[in-house]
Design a protein around this ligand. Structure first.
Ligand SMILES: Cc1cc2nc3c(=O)[nH]c(=O)nc-3n(C[C@H](O)[C@H](O)[C@H](O)COP(=O)(O)O)c2cc1C
Ligand SMILES: [Mn+2]
Length: 501
């Protein structure tokens, strides 16, 4: 695909057109119930690796309503398009590219509010009614309809004006009220506490239909003092168009599908949840949670709501996208700290997206692997929730869990190779921490699954193929009656220091 085609992506519609052109958009025209049915379809369709994103166009009870479920799913191609790259790259190459792009920053471009497509319709005060827009109830024990999942919540730190974008679930509580659940330590929590400590309500907006690059940056842990708009601009290669709201003063994305905005008041809470979460469990029982009182809803005609299903396995929208964005950020953070020899970083989608980080390195000096493990575990991009960090040598593909487990059992020595970090940044959503009151504190296990550096020269040799024989077998693959293509192998015996060639 020609690179020029990506420069112009500004809106969800632009991105969907490209997704359609590679055959990964499925329009569901049959009538579907937003109560459980839409999520069930998404869960089942998402079990196929690389399955399409689903655009529901005929939603029971919402004539003209449109909802896009799991924009990314488990598709590397759709991730590639979101970061303005051609589809077809492999996972590590794409992660490396995203990590490089995350190092750039471009400030957003302010445009006139009247020129922003999202301001086509503005319902204010009593005219605002969120219940007119389709919102799914996803799991049977969910506490309500969640209109915000694949979203961006916009807040500002009143002390330095830094505008934050973060992805946070939002449950409808009334025509003009949503629940605003965010884990301790997240940026909007810090922002709203600053407003509240000044005795003022916190201005908040939430974008419920958005271009996937904004979703990706909103879901990633960037430095707390820099706006995600700047990282989105850096990845986009051009500024993100924004406008200043005359209601809350917040800087909002001009090309969004739908935005609500209003205020979060200091002592106002309401029951929110439970909600089937990214772990594949209900996160926490319903409980008192801050709210957003809606003052205005801005939307295009027939806006598309973007939704993320949280689930076990590949149907989890927090699997591939969240994991890859985290891996890219960890890679960028390690580079930023000057750690050499990083060959690949991956966060397996199978591990609830953020549960595990694997880093492959070329070991260069004593203590190198332990340093990489500790930094990957605690750098800004990697610290939240992640429980297991595994460091492997560069002959191991970090995206291949089979190879990673093989390295763990053949190269690590549990009594020597495992470090535990305690009282780390976690979440109330972790089902393993009981009683729930001990959350959000977590712990982490760092496994050094590299060949022990002290003995690296004499470490048992891996049984590797001889390149010439591999190549000749590949050439004879069909003649040998074997099906498909021969597996790709990249590491071969080099015979260095060997005695019996
Ligand atoms: C689909 C999806 C939903 C999420 N929902 C929540 C949530 O409800 N609460 C929360 O604390 N984090 C949630 N997260 C994680 C945050 O978006 C993520 O930690 C992000 O970095 C937060 O923004 P911040 O770094 O600016 O604080 C979600 C992530 C994804 C991908
Ligand atoms: Mn942030």
């Amino acid at each position: 695909m020609d690179r020029g085609r990506f420069i112009g992506i500004k809106s969800l519609g632009d991105w969907l057109q490209l997704v359609d052109s590679i055959g990964e958009l499925k329009r569901v025209k049959a009538s579907v119930d937003p109560d459980l049915e839409m999520a069930t379809i998404t869960y089942l369709a998402g079990k196929v690796s690389g399955g399409p994103t689903l655009l529901f166009e005929n939603i029971k009870g919402y004539p003209g309503g449109r909802l896009l479920f799991n924009p990314f799913g488990s598709s590397l191609n759709r991730l590639a398009l979101a970061i303005r790259e051609a589809p077809g790259s492999d996972a590590i190459e794409l992660t490396r590219t995203l990590g490089e792009k995350m190092k750039k920053r471009i400030a957003p471009q302010m445009i006139e509010a009247r020129d922003a497509p999202v301001n086509k319709n503005i319902d204010r005060g009593d005219r605002a009614d969120l219940t007119r827009f389709p919102a799914p109830r996803m799991w049977p024990l969910d506490g309500g309809k969640y209109i915000g999942t694949a979203d961006a919540v916009v807040t500002v730190d009143p002390t330095n004006e830094r505008v934050n974008l973060g992805t946070f679930r939002q449950m409808i509580q009334g025509p003009r009220q949503v629940g605003f659940y965010a884990s301790p330590g997240k940026d909007p929590v810090l922002d709203r506490e600053r407003w509240w400590s000044q005795g003022k309500p916190a201005p908040v907006a939430a974008v419920y239909g958005l271009e996937p690059l904004l979703f990706l940056v909103s879901a990633t842990s960037f430095p707390k003092d820099v706006s995600e708009y700047e990282f989105a601009g850096g990845i986009n290669g051009a500024p993100i168009e924004v406008f200043k709201s005359d209601i809350t003063g917040l800087t909002l994305p001009a090309n969004a599908e739908i935005i609500i905005e209003g205020w979060s008041h200091p002592n106002k809470t309401e029951s929110e949840g439970p909600f089937g979460e990214f772990t594949g469990y209900y996160g926490r029982p319903g409980g008192a949670t801050p709210t957003i009182e809606i003052e205005a809803i801005r939307y295009r005609d027939n806006p598309i709501i973007t939704s993320a299903l949280m689930a076990d396995g590949l149907s989890n929208e927090c699997g591939m996208m969240w994991g890859m964005a985290k891996a890219a950020k960890v890679w960028a953070d390690l580079n930023g700290m000057g750690v050499p020899g990083i060959r690949g970083v991956w966060s397996p989608p199978e591990a609830a997206g953020w549960g595990m980080t694997v880093v492959s390195i070329e070991q260069r000096y004593a203590g190198h692997a332990a340093q990489v493990g500790a930094l990957a575990a605690q750098c800004m991009g990697g610290a939240y929730f992640t429980k297991y960090v595994v460091v492997v040598d560069d002959d191991v593909d970090p995206t291949n869990l089979g190879e990673v487990v093989w390295a763990m059992v053949t190269r690590s020595r549990p009594a020597h190779s495992i470090d535990i970090l305690r009282e780390t940044w976690s979440t109330y959503l972790d089902p393993s921490q009981n009683p729930p009151e001990i959350r959000p504190w977590g712990s982490k296990c760092i496994i050094n699954a590299c060949k022990e550096y002290k003995y690296i020269k004499s470490f048992s040799r891996r049984s590797l193929l001889k390149r010439e024989v591999y190549e000749s077998v590949c050439a004879r693959w069909k003649e040998l009656g074997l099906a498909g293509e021969p597996p790709k192998i990249s590491t071969f015996e080099n015979f260095e220091g060997s005695v019996n060639i």
